[in-house]
Design a binder for this molecule. Structure first.
Ligand SMILES: C[S@@+](CC[C@H](N)C(=O)[O-])C[C@H]1O[C@@H](n2cnc3c(N)ncnc32)[C@H](O)[C@@H]1O
Length: 242
């Protein structure tokens, strides 16, 4: 990757004195001003603009895929929390016309060739059935970049993001083909307990990944489970524990 944060290359090493500052604070809260300033000085934001990705988040999936070789031509993929569509763009590029990508978000998403989106809360009881119908067959990958708006209360934010990851994992168990994978955003220290135990039971390998595009000062990281055992394999794993 040529433009990692904190590097001294043309995009990553923005010197403090050259940093763009948000000139007017009028009508903006301190945190909005800080967010805007960070966006203006973020090399991944500039790169996404240059390379036509809808979000800087696209590079997180690109980097995870470079390391873990998740995406393959012809796959069926579910993109949870897909807006504005960066991950779907990355996935669509690899799966090609033989594949199928379905995405869901609370926010409306601009149409994208090769991807079908619905605007719906993933926690809505109707969401799993809608997505399953749109998929038209078992999935190879369920990926979730869902994040609820931060409340600022650490424990609440933690519980909310883990709740989303757990619901995504439940859905993954329903739609994944044996051998399939699950990728979800979590927060550091948050994948202990039930989620991790269940993933280890249902998948051959489980690991955590912090891609370089994920901000170093954020506790965000991703849990990746590969080699879904399927309902039958799950029963075997359970009896092995007895
Ligand atoms: C970090 S953004 C995703 C960025 C996306 N991966 C990309 O590359 O463009 C997180 C998204 O999760 C969505 N989200 C949060 N909770 C959700 C829910 N319950 N159902 C659907 N989407 C949700 C938010 O609306 C937001 O658009």
């Amino acid at each position: 990757m040529s433009d990692r944060r904190g590097g001294s290359n043309s995009t990553g090493g923005v010197r403090a004195d050259l940093k763009q500052r948000v000139k007017t604070a009028r009508g903006r809260t301190v945190s909005q001003k800080r967010w805007l300033e960070r966006q203006l000085n973020d090399p991944y934001v500039a790169r996404a603009k240059r390379e036509g990705y809808r979000s800087r988040a696209a590079y997180k999936l690109i980097e995870i895929d470079e390391r873990c070789k998740l995406l393959k031509p012809g796959q069926r993929i579910v993109d949870l929390g897909a807006a504005p569509g960066g991950w779907s763009q990355v996935a669509a590029r690899t799966v090609g016309p033989e594949g199928r990508i379905v995405g869901i978000d609370l926010l409306e998403i601009e149409p994208m060739a090769g991807v079908e989106f619905i605007t719906l809360d993933f926690l809505d009881p109707a969401a799993p059935a809608r997505l399953t119908e749109m998929l038209g067959g078992p999935a190879d990958l369920v990926m979730s970049d869902m994040a609820a708006n931060a409340t600022g209360h650490k424990k609440t934010d933690h519980l909310r993001i883990i709740g989303l990851a757990e619901t995504a994992a439940e859905f993954a168990r329903e739609v994944l083909a044996p051998g399939g994978a699950y990728l979800a955003k979590v927060l550091q220290g948050g994948t202990e307990g039930a989620l991790l135990t269940d993933l280890k039971r249902d998948f051959a390998t489980v690991r955590h990944i912090k891609p370089p595009a994920s901000r170093a000062d954020s506790s965000e990281l991703y849990v990746l489970a590969t080699g879904y055992r399927g309902p039958a394999g799950r029963a075997v794993a359970e009896s092995d524990e007895d």
